[in-house]
Design a binder for this molecule. Structure first.
Ligand code: ADP
Length: 640
């Protein structure tokens, strides 16, 4: 059954993106060609990799892999054609009609940020990979004809970028994709993208190192030779010539000294589809037992899918400059998945499958050496760059503390946290240890959702009074970091919200005895809600707080687990009360005077609820709490 031509609407966010692109938020229009060429190059990579195990995909067509540009100045069209993997009908709809399958909501957020000028168009395009649409900067219509390798029918897609596209079945003798850009009227200052020399120049600057030939087919009018050569020729004929425009030189294989920063940056944009410059790069040439070249880049911004289960890994594997596979997860551990680039080893066979790679000794050797180099590179970044890196990728790097035992200490040295004393600045663990108070034996930390909520936490009160610094941790992974490390520089990590903080000098046995009746009463009244009630050694200003036992989960962890929707046994916590607080003193005297007073139960409940509010835990019944506070306040005022 053939599919008739249908018109479909772009998803709303695609329209917004197109609007932005067409109204030219981005001034460097010529890079549309780099994007189309990079897409073709990826499509060739994909076919090459798949054909290793499914040679029938080549359909006996052993023509060289390549990309062809055809410009027609009369029709004002430019064609970018490849004999790569092509796309099926569904793939065209999926890849070209929508944006960032997995990140639509994030994309909408990013678009809003863009409108408020909090981010730039190139940054947004880099994070979401929407390079194809950039062709609408120069086109008033784009036609795609594509046939997926191994499929009989082709697909034709067409759009003027005005909210909808048409899609229908078509024919294409050869597998692959042809994108025809119907160029807009040339405006003032615009380049002529039909002009042979303009195209040559653009390819040279942006796509020279593409590892497939980028050919240009040009039709020239040439005089037909004849006569004696003296007279003006009477006849002309059209001759099509093909020229390869790029040098195909593998950038990573060249000596570092010969490569300019601009070349490094262009290569990054080609491999990453990012439109902004990389934050940093490292070019490794290793000789010895493990021999390889690697060129790896750290982006400026994290991609939208960094924390999704099947996040893209950006490193491609080559052997002796011949492409083997992209997205090679075996070359780097998952916690370095933000890197983009290329690894080229001459010790690998060309026919390696992903399964073989996992076991391969050469690959394991490369991975080990690369991780060391990358970690050193990050540790040595200039301060400003390091902070930019840490803000975007710190949370991913921390996964390494948990998963990479060999490099745990190396990563731990790079960790930085805000603290209860640092005034918003990030502090290394070394610095923390250096600043430890006299007699302080532990590294104190507190985990939570945000710095403001942590800084105001009652769990910090006594620690703060005693001048003890506390690390404030807000990444979910931090819970695992402290657990995996256990200690740093011989000092054990200690959560400020767990166990009985027995900081010397806080015990007041006499007072505790005086209050024991009230404490027992509170425990009885709160019953199942808490594990127990005890006098606190960590509170100074607040009346109460909730604490977990040393080995139990923190409030943040419980909250995170609840958010996953999986049931888990709820661990009860201990309510700590501040015997120095006037609320407790008042309660004690009511309790001693009229132990049967119905007001006491309300106050017990209030102490519990205040503890929940102060740590930001959702109450089951907030309106009850609000009512109670209202009544108590009214009562207090009456007495004045
Ligand atoms: P990106 O390439 O950054 O993912 P694009 O918008 O440029 O974003 O392309 C979207 C997707 O469309 C690509 O990821 C790829 O799957 C598909 N695609 C684009 N061009 C081609 C092509 N020439 N051949 C095969 N697939 C292509």
């Amino acid at each position: 059954m053939s599919i008739r031509k249908t018109t479909r609407k772009f998803k709303a966010e695609v329209n917004e993106l197109l609007d932005l692109i067409i109204n030219s938020l981005y001034s460097n229009k010529e890079i549309f060609l780099r994007e189309l060429v990079s897409n073709s190059s990826d499509a060739l990579d994909k076919l090459k990799f798949k054909a290793q195990t499914e040679p029938e995909l080549l359909e006996g067509d052993t023509a060289d892999f390549g990309i062809t540009l055809r410009a027609d100045p009369a029709a004002r069209t430019l064609e970018v054609s490849d004999n790569g993997i092509g796309m099926t009908f569904d793939e065209v709809v999926e890849n070209i009609g929508t944006i960032a399958k997995s990140g639509t909501a994030l994309f909408t957020e990013a678009l809003a940020a863009l409108k408020e000028k909090k981010t730039s168009a190139p940054e947004l395009i880099g994070q979401f990979g929407v390079g194809f649409y950039s062709a609408f900067m120069v086109a008033d219509k784009i036609t795609i004809v594509t046939r997926a390798a191994g499929h009989a029918t082709a697909v034709k897609w067409e759009s003027t970028g005005d909210g909808s596209y048409t899609i229908e079945e078509a024919q294409r003798p050869q597998r692959g994709t042809t994108v025809t850009v119907h160029l807009k009227e040339k405006g003032e200052g615009d380049k002529d993208y039909c002009d042979e020399w303009t195209l040559r120049d653009i390819v040279k600057r942006h796509s020279d190192f593409v590892s497939y030939p980028i050919m240009m087919e040009v039709t020239r009018r040439a005089p037909v030779p004849g006569g004696d050569g003296k007279e003006a020729p009477e006849k002309y004929e059209e001759k099509t010539v093909t020229d390869v425009l790029n040098s195909m030189k593998a950038l990573w294989a060249r000596p570092k000294a010969e490569i300019s920063d601009d070349e490094y940056k262009e290569f990054y944009k080609h491999v990453s589809h990012d439109w902004t410059d990389p934050l940093s790069w490292l070019h490794v040439k290793l000789e010895g037992t493990t021999e390889f070249d690697a060129l790896l880049y750290i982006p400026q911004k994290r991609p939208h899918d960094l924390f999704r289960p099947n996040a893209h890994h950006g490193v491609s594997l080559y052997s002796k400059r011949i492409f083997i596979m992209s997205d090679c997860k075996e070359l780097l551990p998952p916690y370095l998945r933000f890197l983009h680039g290329v690894v080229d080893s001459s010790d690998l066979s060309l026919n390696v499958s992903r399964e073989i790679l996992q076991e391969d000794r050469v690959v394991q050797g490369i991975r080990k050496a690369l991780v060391r180099r990358v970690l050193d590179h990050i540790a040595e970044l200039p301060e400003e760059k390091f902070l930019a890196f840490y803000a975007e990728f710190g949370a991913v790097l921390k996964e390494g503390v948990h998963s990479d035992h060999q490099n745990r200490d190396r990563i731990a040295k790079m960790l930085r946290y805000r603290t209860s004393k640092s005034g918003g600045e990030l502090v290394t663990l070394d610095k923390y240890v250096e600043n430890m108070a006299e007699g302080q034996e532990h590294i104190y930390y507190l985990t939570g959702e945000s710095i403001p909520s942590l800084s105001g936490s009652p769990h910090l009160e006594v620690l703060r009074k005693k001048g003890i610094e506390v690390l404030l941790m807000t990444d979910p992974i931090d819970e695992f970091v402290t657990e995996s490390l256990g200690e740093y520089s011989g000092k054990a990590f200690r959560s400020a919200e767990k166990g009985d903080l027995d900081i010397a000098g806080e015990e007041e046995p006499e007072k505790e005895k005086e209050y024991s009746g009230l404490v027992d009463f509170l425990k009885k009244t709160l019953g199942d809600k808490v594990k127990g009630v005890r006098p606190s050694h960590r509170l100074a200003d607040s009346a109460s707080c909730l604490c977990a036992e040393e080995q139990e989960m923190s409030a943040l962890m419980v909250k995170m687990l609840k958010a996953t929707g999986q049931g888990f046994p709820e661990a009860k916590r201990t309510l700590e009360v501040n015997l120095g607080h006037p609320l407790l003193a008042g309660l004690k005297s009511v309790y001693e005077r009229e132990p049967e007073s119905p007001r006491l139960a309300g106050y017990a409940q209030l102490l519990y609820e205040l503890a929940l509010v102060s740590e930001g835990t959702k109450m089951e019944n907030p309106s009850d709490f609000a009512k109670r506070v209202g009544e108590l306040a009214a009562e207090a005022l009456k007495r004045q």
